[in-house]
Ligand binder design. Structure first.
Ligand SMILES: [Zn+2]
Length: 109
């Protein structure tokens, strides 16, 4: 009887935790209400943020703030790169977040 008790003690937590492990590992990162996992790249986070704004321009400073990035130059490298893509517009305009007239990026609708 004691052996069965041990088996249950180990088996039950494994059954309870495995769906959560799946949830955090792979199923949820596209869900905007769920915190992004740390392994998502900075470029991926920036793309997602710009996409979430649905065409509203955002400057490098606001991206850096919103994603809690430590260095603004990280943001600049990514937005410069995205600015060359057809899906994005990067130009001097009023930032939709802080209102300042500066270089901001937006997704084309
Ligand atoms: Zn801004």
């Amino acid at each position: 009887m004691r052996k069965i008790g041990w088996a249950l003690a180990y088996a039950v937590p494994a059954i309870v935790t495995s769906p959560a492990a799946c949830h955090f590992a792979s199923c949820s990162y596209r869900d905007y209400d769920v915190p992004m996992p740390r392994r998502m790249t900075i470029a991926g986070q920036i793309e997602q943020l710009i996409g979430n704004l649905g065409g509203s321009p955002i400057c490098d400073d606001c991206i850096t703030d919103q994603l809690n990035l430590s260095v603004r130059s990280q943001t600049n490298v990514v937005t410069r790169e995205l600015g060359h893509r057809d899906e994005y517009d990067r130009a001097k305009t009023s930032c939709g977040q802080c209102g300042a007239l500066k270089t901001a990026i937006q997704i084309r609708k």
